[in-house]
Design a protein around this ligand. Structure first.
Ligand SMILES: Cc1cc2nc3c(=O)[nH]c(=O)nc-3n(C[C@H](O)[C@H](O)[C@H](O)COP(=O)(O)OP(=O)(O)OC[C@H]3O[C@@H](n4cnc5c(N)ncnc54)[C@H](O)[C@@H]3O)c2cc1C
Length: 371
């Protein structure tokens, strides 16, 4: 057997898994259908929000604390900026899912935070216009991750620990006898002790177990704000906003780029091989939000891109062993909020592949909840 582990997909999660497996001195083969740094999956687009006061559920907080440690470690090992802390605002009605959920996580885990009124936010961050009945939870540890650099850092370190990463190689099929796996690609068949499936939006095609996933097209936009000095990371935090029309989020202008914003969800279901390009009128929903809530952001459109969410039914990740084959790990960490976790998801995937369990509390992400 030439390899101890094969990783399918070298995006955010798979690159991290390849690194963590190779670090444990395993012989690792990573397989990726496209080239390095491609923009057809879920891990491109220059920036991602990271935060710890997690409105989605407090169960994520221990994973986030570990994810932050691992990002900082990766940053040190590669000497590359991967994470910029600039603070974050969770904005919405006090009783809404966003502010109350973030507050619950912050209180349960003693995370630094402040509750701000509409006037407090305006005084501190002049770009924001909250309605009088809205509140914000400010989290100083939130910030921006640079996804292309993060993926590259994991890949480079995986290779430096002996992993073989093969690009432009599509996995067509696999089977397992519980102790070994055979992975058929468009270039031949590979044999290994274990398999990590990290295929992102293509997961439905490779997972081979009853897991209901839907792939959702998202469009992100970069604007040139009318007052650019209000949108730099020293004066403008990342934010998520809960409005009666849905959630949207924004990221300060970093690295000379414009202010980035997008609606969270509300996209059409697609097949990842057939994603329609952006149409100019798709900025309409977001522009209406900006005019009302961040009027100085509503400037010239600089750029736009599509990206894919892979959603489970409950919008929580799946991080578990395959129900039929103990040596196959399912690593489907998306539902639109997975990038910040990819550093720790790779570590957990390596735990599951080598020891069958992880010391990190990931039971809430197991497949059993759908049974
Ligand atoms: C617009 C947008 C904004 C987001 N914002 C945030 C955010 O602010 N914060 C946050 O934490 N998360 C965010 N997310 C979510 C996050 O980016 C994703 O959860 C994460 O990138 C998913 O990584 P992945 O490795 O699962 O998928 P991917 O990075 O897509 O990797 C899967 C890889 O598998 C490869 N592959 C698939 N099938 C095969 C095959 N058969 N053979 C070989 N290779 C294969 C693909 O080519 C791909 O490279 C956002 C996502 C989008 C789309």
């Amino acid at each position: 057997m030439a390899y101890d582990a094969v990783v399918v997909g070298l995006g955010g999660a798979g690159s991290s898994a390849a690194y963590h497996l190779a670090r444990r001195r395993l012989r690792v083969l990573g397989l990726e259908q496209f080239g390095p740094g491609h923009d057809r999956g879920s891990s491109h687009g220059r920036t991602r929000i990271t935060r710890q006061a997690y409105f989605e559920h407090p169960h994520y907080v221990p994973l986030l604390l570990r994810a932050y440690e691992l990002w900082q470690d990766l940053q040190q090992r590669t000497g590359t900026e991967l994470l910029r802390i600039c603070g974050g605002l969770m904005v919405g009605p006090a009783t809404g899912a966003l502010v109350s959920g973030a507050l619950r996580s912050a209180r349960e885990y003693g995370l630094p935070h402040e509750l701000l009124s509409a006037a407090d936010v305006r005084a501190r961050f002049p770009a924001f216009r909250l309605a009088e009945d809205e509140q914000a939870l400010y989290e100083p540890r939130a910030g921006v991750l640079f996804p292309e650099a993060c993926v590259r850092a994991h890949q480079e370190l995986a290779v430096s620990h002996g992993a073989e990463l093969r690009f432009h190689t599509r996995v067509l099929d696999w089977h397992s006898d519980g102790a070994r796996v055979w992975v058929r690609t468009d270039g031949g068949t590979e044999e290994a002790g274990s398999l990590v499936l990290a295929a992102g939006p293509w997961m439905p095609e490779v997972v081979r177990c009853p897991l209901e996933l839907s792939v959702e097209r998202q469009v992100v936009f970069w604007f040139r704000p009318r007052r650019p000095e209000w949108f730099t990371p020293d004066r403008f935090p990342v934010f998520v906003w809960e409005t009666p029309e849905g959630f949207f989020y924004g990221i300060p202008a970093v690295g000379g780029r414009g202010f980035k914003a997008a609606r969270h969800h509300g996209g059409q279901t697609v097949h990842p091989d057939r994603v329609p390009p952006v149409r100019p009128e798709e900025a309409g929903w977001l522009r209406a939000q900006l005019r009302l809530r961040l009027p100085e952001a509503d400037g010239e459109l600089e750029d736009a891109a599509t990206c894919l969410y892979t959603n489970t039914q409950d919008e929580h990740f799946v991080l578990d062993r395959h129900p039929e084959f103990g040596n196959v790990v399912i690593c489907s960490a998306c539902s639109g909020h997975g990038f910040k976790f990819t550093s720790v998801v790779g570590e957990v995937a390596a735990d599951l592949a080598t020891e069958g369990a992880s010391r990190l509390p990931v039971g809430f992400l197991s497949l059993r909840r759908f049974q």
